[in-house]
Unconditional design. Structure first.
Length: 275
């Protein structure tokens, strides 16, 4: 038995490397993000079911627009997408090559995706949910004169005024190689993007991961990637902290319930119940 364990570990390592090689190859050939296999696997399974948070039975179509974060894919929001659909929402979850472009370009693509969806399927309400940098893409879209007015926006670990961790790493060769030199550089707190007002704060809620100082490189409390102070902003309608790491903000059942609660009622529930 003792001899099999190293072989098993070696098999896992080789299997993981093979998956990365295949993912990278597909990324080069057809534009799939390198993270998509990881995103797909961790999003297997169903989200929570809360009958009281279903959309009203009034026949109106309510659309939720999702946006994933840096280096991730639309599959990173797959479980949340299924949860929203199960509660009566129509959903679009457009992906974008986050390491090959700027936030302004991604916002333009988002505008195109929304207009195409609404031309085919009009909606009575439009809601937005963004994870990490995806929230910045949503905000950039909402600043545009032709943007659709949101009924509500929910931001999951979005660095509204930039992320100090990105600032610390932006000069690293590996960071630039993996994350790119476009949108990733715009996550620096000094980027002009963060000097613009945050639109529609009066209908926005922030869900902030708090691990009690999970990353020593980030001042204060954080979710391992984004500081609590960075993921909150003055003027938001509501803000909620949960003991959840940055990646798990897209997966955790408590987060999903709070998203449903905000979309349905315009407020977060007490964190203990989530209903």
């Amino acid at each position: 038995m003792a001899e099999r364990r190293p072989n098993r570990r070696r098999g896992f390592v080789l299997g993981g490397l093979l998956v990365l090689i295949v993912a990278f190859t597909l990324g080069v050939l057809v534009g799939l993000p390198v993270a998509w296999p990881f995103d797909y696997v961790i999003n297997l399974g169903a989200g929570p079911e809360v009958a009281a948070l279903h959309t009203p039975a009034d026949g109106k179509r309510r659309l939720v627009v999702l946006q994933h974060g840096l280096w991730r894919s639309s599959a990173s929001l797959g479980r949340l997408e299924r949860t929203l659909r199960a509660h009566g929402y129509a959903v679009i979850n457009p992906g974008y090559r986050s390491t090959r472009g700027r936030i302004e370009q991604f916002a333009e693509r988002l505008h195109t995706a929304i207009e195409q969806e609404l031309a085919a399927n009009p909606a009575a309400e439009i809601h937005f949910v963004g994870h990490s940098m995806g929230g910045l893409v949503i905000q950039e879209y909402l600043r545009r004169p032709a943007a659709r007015r949101p009924t509500s926006c929910v931001y999951l670990g979005t660095p509204h005024r930039g992320a100090v961790l990105a600032d610390l790493r932006k000069h690293w060769f590996v960071f630039r190689l993996v994350m790119g030199t476009g949108a990733a550089m715009q996550l620096s707190p000094g980027d002009p993007l963060h000097l613009q007002p945050i639109p529609y704060g009066e209908v926005s809620g922030t869900i902030v991961g708090s691990l009690g100082g999970g990353n020593a490189a980030i001042p204060g409390d954080d979710d391992g990637t984004v500081a609590v102070a960075e993921a909150s902003f003055a003027g938001a309608k509501a803000s909620l902290q949960l003991p959840v790491g940055h990646t798990r903000l897209t997966l955790d059942a408590r987060v999903h319930q709070q998203v449903l609660h905000f979309l349905r009622r315009g407020a977060f529930a007490p964190a203990a119940s989530g209903q």
